[in-house]
Design a protein around this ligand. Structure first.
Ligand SMILES: Cc1ncc(COP(=O)(O)O)c(C=O)c1O
Length: 424
């Protein structure tokens, strides 16, 4: 038979990774199909853990389904954009009108569009490490170069503005801030954000703030919206319905622009052009935005003591405290903990091999640290979305595995895990 020329993927994908939904997740699916119960802690999908979208949002969407059958404005429906404007006004952000608000198919789409409208080949964007990997991927896919600024565990994963400034070059166009942070759970203090705002203004960097976890805060953590601090350069604030409102399937996110909007007129026209090319984003979920942002915020029931997210986070903190091997910077916001394995106890620990072993032997799926663009290999991320009892069981299984790993020696474990991947 004639050999056909294979269909190759674009070279542009060579640097692009999204391991959270990669090889490990596929292996978990295989095990599930074989009949195993897998505890999947690798992904922040509230629905998968029994959370529901607030009923009023569902009703708002259903009530407006008949108004959702046509294309709408490329920036989104007016009531949704206006609700975002009001939220920004209440926070003290000046000068945002519905003109400066774009609704997208989740924050994910807006990350891509915002970067595509901005970057020329070789432009640099400062992205945190550990990162939410879509940011690095989208920079690279759009011809830019993600330059990672480290957020050190020793500083509770709070970035150091001086270290960030030392990475700025003539090619740097923007800085990404994810606050509250995925994967670390860090919530940045006002002083840090102010210092970053000043250096962004000094170097004319666009500030891209991913604030999708803005209301998911624990204990005395305070969220400071970056847009309240940035005045003299362009600031883009992104958020959406996926996390705080537990509606990730609706695929609704928004980006609002503040600060030096005037100086960014050409950029914003470019973004509007890209938005027009995809006509508009999914319409039904847009009708839920106004209901979501106004009035009572049910997320607060979940994040205070006694609430499901609070108690599950407590179970993670307890699980780590009881462990001989693990340490943790207490997550103060978002839906994750970035757990570290103490290198002095298990010096040869390998996050990927561990994650595979944990899946194969203990049927728990976590995201290895390497998925978040870090230079070290002793971390993994889990979500606090499951019930506290499930988290407690997971930490028992992790400890058993690490006990075995300590006893057997790391080399043996790494080889066994790698061999299992090759088989599948
Ligand atoms: C920091 C961060 N930004 C963006 C997203 C994507 O959100 P969306 O569902 O709105 O596309 C996520 C999803 O996990 C996230 O953690």
């Amino acid at each position: 038979m004639k050999r056909r020329k294979p269909v190759r993927a674009s070279d542009g994908l060579a640097n692009v990774r999204y391991e959270i939904r990669g090889k490990l997740a596929r292996r978990a699916l295989t095990l599930e199909r074989q009949g195993y119960d897998i505890v999947s802690l690798n992904i922040g999908n509230p629905y998968a853990f029994g959370f529901r979208t607030p009923e009023t949002m569902r009703l708002a969407m259903i009530e407006n389904l008949r108004n959702s059958e046509g294309y709408v404005h490329q920036k989104g429906i007016f009531p949704a954009r206006e609700a975002v404007v009001m939220q920004q006004q209440e926070r003290g952000v000046r000068g945002v009108t519905a003109e400066e608000v774009f609704i997208g198919n989740g924050v994910s789409e807006l990350i891509d569009l915002a970067l595509r409208a901005l970057l020329n080949a070789g432009d640099e964007v400062l992205v945190p490490s550990p990162d939410y990997p879509l940011w690095s991927a989208a920079v690279n896919l759009n011809g830019g170069r993600a330059v990672h600024y480290p957020c050190h565990a020793a500083r509770s994963f709070i970035p150091d503005p001086d270290e960030i400034e030392s990475l700025i070059t003539k090619r740097t166009r923007a800085i990404v801030i994810v606050n509250p942070n995925n994967p670390t759970g860090a919530v940045y203090p006002r002083e840090t954000l102010t210092a970053i705002a000043r250096l962004a203004e000094k170097h004319r960097l666009v500030v891209l703030c991913d604030e999708i976890y803005d209301h998911i805060l624990y204990d005395d953590a305070k969220f400071v919206p970056m847009a309240t601090l940035v005045h003299d350069t362009l600031c883009c604030t992104m958020s959406g319905l996926s996390k705080v409102y537990r509606a990730c399937g609706y695929r609704v996110g928004w980006a609002s622009f503040s600060g030096d909007v005037e100086g960014a007129a050409e950029y914003l026209s470019g973004l509007e052009l890209l938005s027009s090319l995809r006509l508009c984003s999914n319409v039904p979920g847009q009708w839920a935005v106004q209901t979501a942002l106004g009035g009572y915020q049910s997320i607060l029931e979940l994040t205070r003591p006694g609430g499901r997210l609070y108690e599950s986070r407590a179970a993670i903190i307890e699980g780590v405290a009881r462990s001989k091997y693990l340490e943790l910077s207490r997550p103060m916001g978002a839906l994750y903990a970035f757990v570290q394995v103490r290198s002095e106890v298990l010096p040869d620990f390998d996050d990927q091999a561990f994650a595979l072993d944990l899946l194969d032997r203990k049927h728990v799926l976590v995201a290895p640290g390497v998925s978040f663009n870090v230079a070290y290999r002793n971390a993994f991320r889990i979500t606090n979305l499951p019930e506290p009892e499930v988290i407690a069981t997971v930490f028992t299984r992790i400890e058993e595995l690490l006990d075995a790993q300590g006893a057997e020696g790391p080399d043996l474990k790494i080889v066994s895990a790698a061999a299992q991947v090759r088989q599948h």
